[in-house]
Design a protein around this ligand. Structure first.
Ligand code: ZN
Ligand code: ZN
Length: 274
C-alpha cells in the first residue's frame, strides 16, 4: 500500500468511527416509521424511506458536523481550509445541514452549485459532507426496515430501502449472484448480472466489462446505452479473511473509476479526494 492509500484508509476508519458513535447517539424516538404508509409502499413495490416526511434531529446533525470538521482539519492543510469555510458558512447560516443532506441525496446539482459558489467550495466538498450527514440516519432506518422486504427478490436497479442507484456491486461467493450496494443506507440487494441497473438495458451487445491485470478480482461493468458503469468485486477471488467492506472497497478502487471515466462513463458515487 502506498502512502496515499494509507492516509485514505486512516481517514476512512476515522469517518467510520464517528459514524458508529453518531448512530449510537441518535435517539430511537427520532426514527419515525408510519406503518400504514409503509404497507402502502411495500404493496406498490416502492422503496421504503419517504424522504419528504423525514425529519433529522438538528442538534445531532450539528454534533456530527463538528466531529467531521475535526477529521477534515487533521487530514490535510487544504482540507483545513475547507473545514474553515464550512464552519463559517454554518455560523453565518448559509449552510443548513439538514437541507444539504437531503439535497445531496437527490443530487440536486443546481442547489449544490449555487451553495458551492456562495461558500467558495467545490461541489464535491459539499456532496461528501452531505453523504456523511445522511448516511448514519439512513443506515438506522435501513436496520429497522430491512426485515420488511426480501432483498433477494427486489430485482430493481435502485435501493429497496431509500431508492438510490447503486455505486458498487459484488458477485456473491455462494451462488455467483450479483449483489448491488447502496452508499446512502448500506442496503445490499440482488440484481441480474447481465442487465444495466441504471437503464434496465438487457441487450448483451451493448453491455460489457473490463478488468485490470493488477487486480483481477474487480470487474467494471459498462453500459453503452446510458454510459454508466458499476465496479464489481468477485467475492470468490477475494483473499481468505478479506473483509467485504464495500464503503472501503469503493475508495480503494478509485483507479478503476478514473479508467471508466476516461472512457466517457459516469457513476453517481460520492467519494472523498485527498
Ligand atoms: Zn439505500
Ligand atoms: Zn444502462
Amino acid at each position: 500500500m502506498n502512502t496515499e492509500e494509507t492516509v485514505l484508509e486512516d481517514l476512512y476508519q476515522e469517518l467510520d468511527k464517528i459514524k458508529t458513535k453518531a448512530k449510537q447517539e441518535y435517539k430511537d424516538v427520532n426514527i419515525k416509521i408510519n406503518l400504514a404508509e409503509l404497507e402502502k409502499r411495500i404493496a406498490q413495490s416502492q422503496h421504503l424511506i419517504d424522504l419528504k416526511n423525514l425529519k433529522i434531529d438538528n442538534k445531532w446533525l450539528e454534533r456530527l458536523f463538528k466531529n467531521y470538521l475535526l477529521i477534515l482539519e487533521k487530514y490535510k492543510k487544504e482540507n483545513g481550509e475547507i473545514a474553515k469555510k464550512l464552519d463559517q458558512g454554518f455560523k453565518q447560516q448559509i449552510l443548513d445541514l439538514e437541507t444539504l443532506a437531503k439535497k445531496v441525496f437527490h443530487f440536486d446539482s443546481v442547489y449544490l452549485e449555487t451553495l458551492a459558489k456562495k461558500m467558495n467550495l467545490k461541489i464535491e466538498d459539499l456532496a461528501f459532507l452531505g453523504l456523511q450527514l445522511i448516511n448514519p440516519v439512513f443506515e438506522l432506518y435501513a436496520e429497522k426496515l430491512i426485515g420488511k422486504i426480501e432483498t433477494d427478490k427486489w430485482s430493481k436497479g435502485y435501493c429497496p430501502v431509500c431508492g438510490s442507484p447503486p455505486v458498487m456491486a459484488y458477485l456473491r461467493k455462494d451462488d455467483g449472484k450479483r449483489i448491488l450496494w447502496c452508499q446512502f443506507c448500506g442496503t445490499k440487494w440482488s440484481f441480474l448480472r447481465l442487465k444495466c441497473p441504471f437503464c434496465s438495458n438487457e441487450d448483451q451487445k451493448t453491455l460489457k466489462y473490463f478488468f485490470t491485470e493488477e487486480n483481477n478480482s474487480y470487474r467494471v461493468y459498462l453500459c453503452e446505452k446510458c454510459k454508466k458503469y458499476i465496479k464489481t468485486i468477485d467475492q470468490r477471488k477475494m483473499k481468505k479473511g478479506e473483509n467485504l467492506d464495500l464503503g472501503w472497497k469503493n475508495i480503494e478502487t478509485l483507479a478503476l473509476d478514473f479508467l471508466a471515466q476516461k472512457e466517457g462513463y459516469s457513476s453517481q458515487k460520492i467519494v472523498f479526494s485527498v
